[in-house]
Design a protein around this ligand. Structure first.
Ligand SMILES: Cc1ncc(COP(=O)(O)O)c(C=O)c1O
Length: 367
């Protein structure tokens, strides 16, 4: 069977729960969303998860709750998907790009420190490939200025940092349940909030600014409420939640399989000339959504692996290059190095041992 870069996992439990929701006729937001949020909190130790329709909505809502508005600056790294910057632009705020550590793809703390200015209102830390950023150091920079850290954990469901689950560390953490993520709802997201008040506000803002839980229906058939803030149609529906809930079954096993594959790749490739492995520290555990490595002569590498039937991908290249983000920042040397050499190998729990061997052999054959 040919090797694929990614897979979309839909478990039998997801099929059953989703068809039950479709048959019930209750597709809009309801008990399945509550059950999905409860399961995320209980099984994955996420803080007050608020289920939404995408990871991008989670990022945008986090910025709204952080009070980011027109002209404010938000510091982030360019090594991400453009959704991270688009959420900032939606608030008419300015994305300010700091450099990355070329051995992780994550925000470099020294560069972050230099990028902070009086108009900075938030920091977004993207956990590239699922490997956690230096959250204590980033948190300390933010605390000095009294601004929040928003973690973009679209790649990092199941990761941990110094014994704490990603999704329970910073004031805001944003997850994505898009089709090829660890757990998919088809599309979906969650905004996790350390402070319960933020979660309450997120629940209100995800549904047009209406406090749905406390607004009672009147005799005329509409709920009684006032709206005092801008709100959005960002809530998750019960059908998506049923898919997500069902797909949580077996999540730990699938994550363990990903980790086993990455460990095998790292052992096999550690001494291959022209390959540099990304750094790993003992105080954090990656969610291993991607297995990104750095290679010399990347075009030749990609072609050589293709000739062995092995797909590869850069997945996302630096986003500052987009015109909407202002164009490449030449001074970001770490990002430049990473961008020229990074490539990801196939990684998902559906890869067989033979396919993993095929990938490792293809790299070892040289390019
Ligand atoms: C780093 C990162 N942030 C945010 C997102 C956006 O998530 P969603 O597609 O659920 O809106 C993605 C999507 O792949 C991503 O890779």
């Amino acid at each position: 069977m040919s090797i694929s870069m990614f897979e979309t996992v839909v478990t039998p439990a997801a099929l059953d729960l989703a068809s039950a929701v479709i048959r019930s006729g209750q597709l809009s937001t309801g008990p399945r969303v509550v059950a999905f949020e409860d399961a995320l909190a209980r099984e994955l130790r996420l803080s007050h998860p608020v289920a939404l329709n995408s990871g991008t909505s989670a990022l945008h809502l986090a910025l709204v709750l952080a009070g980011v508005g027109p002209g404010d600056e938000v510091v982030l790294a360019p090594q991400t998907f453009v959704a991270t910057a688009q959420a900032i632009l939606m608030q008419r705020a300015v994305p300010v790009f700091a450099d990355i550590d070329p051995l992780t793809g994550n925000l470099a703390v020294e560069s972050l420190t230099r990028a902070l200015t009086p108009p900075t209102k938030a920091i977004i830390a993207v956990h590239w490939a699922g490997y956690p950023c230096d959250l204590d150091e980033i948190g300390a920079c933010a605390a000095l200025r009294g601004i929040p850290v928003i973690e973009d954990a679209a790649h990092a469901l199941g990761a941990s940092y110094r014994g704490r689950a990603i999704g329970s560390v910073s004031r805001f953490t944003c997850f994505s349940f898009q089709a090829i993520k660890h757990v998919t709802c088809g599309d979906g997201g969650a905004l996790c909030c350390v402070h319960p008040d933020d979660a309450l506000e997120a629940r209100r803002r995800r549904w047009f600014g209406i406090d749905r839980e406390h607004a009672l229906p009147s005799e005329l058939g509409e709920r009684e409420f006032d709206i005092d803030a801008v709100g959005y149609k960002y809530h998750m529906n019960d059908l998506a939640a049923a898919v997500g809930l069902g797909n949580l079954s077996g999540f730990r096993d699938r994550l363990a399989r990903r980790r086993t594959i990455v460990a095998a790749y790292r052992t096999a490739l550690a001494r291959v000339s022209g390959v540099t492995l990304l750094r790993r520290a003992d105080d954090r555990q990656s969610a291993d959504w991607l297995c990104t490595i750095l290679v010399e002569r990347r075009d030749a590498f990609v072609r050589a692996l293709q000739s062995h039937g092995v797909p590869t991908s850069v997945v996302h290249r630096r986003i500052d290059r987009f015109r909407v983000c202002g164009g490449v920042r030449a001074e970001l040397a770490g990002q430049q190095q990473f961008d020229e050499r990074q490539i990801s190998l196939p990684l998902h729990s559906g890869l067989s041992d033979e396919q993993v061997d095929q990938v490792m052999t293809a790299v070892r054959c040289g390019w």
